[in-house]
Write a protein that binds this ligand. Structure first.
Ligand code: CU
Length: 150
């Protein structure tokens, strides 16, 4: 009889523990996707370490709908932009910031030569690889990368 009593107590306690554990997990989920910091290096006229962006674009991975901090360093001798292009955009052969400005989803704006810059934004909620370009005349397509939203 005593044994049965303790068995019931143990069952109730473990059920309470289980429910508490579940509650904790739910809170973590509601806090949203993990925030990330991506590092972007600008050169004349390419992103990253090698001037072959058209064939081998640098990729920056972020979480869909998550906070993104862009840490940017312009090592070039002229100003450069970091502009994410809308997923459904049809890209022209060369980018004109006046005529094609509506293709931009998000941009840091022009960063002066030698400057560093940091800005935060919320990543797109739609997963996929977004084209990232420099909007300065003549820099795209040689200066490009990909924002990988997952
Ligand atoms: Cu540029």
């Amino acid at each position: 009889m005593k044994l049965k009593f303790f068995a019931v107590i143990a069952l109730v306690l473990s059920a309470a523990f289980f429910l508490t554990a579940c509650g904790g997990g739910g809170e973590e989920e509601s806090s949203g996707p993990e925030a990330v910091t991506i590092e972007v290096t600008q050169n004349d006229n390419y992103f990253g370490t090698t001037p072959d962006n058209a064939d081998n674009p640098p990729k920056w991975e972020v979480n869909a709908g998550g906070q993104v901090a862009v840490q940017l360093q312009n090592n070039g001798t002229t100003e450069h932009n970091w502009a994410v292009i809308k997923m459904d955009a049809t890209m022209p052969d060369t980018f004109d910031s006046e005529a094609n400005g509506d293709l931009i989803l998000k941009e840091t704006g022009l960063i002066p030569a030698g400057d560093s810059f940091r800005e935060s934004f919320v990543a797109p909620t739609e997963p996929g690889e977004y084209l990232v370009i420099c909007t300065v005349a003549g820099h795209y397509p040689s200066m490009q990368g990909r924002l990988v939203v997952q």
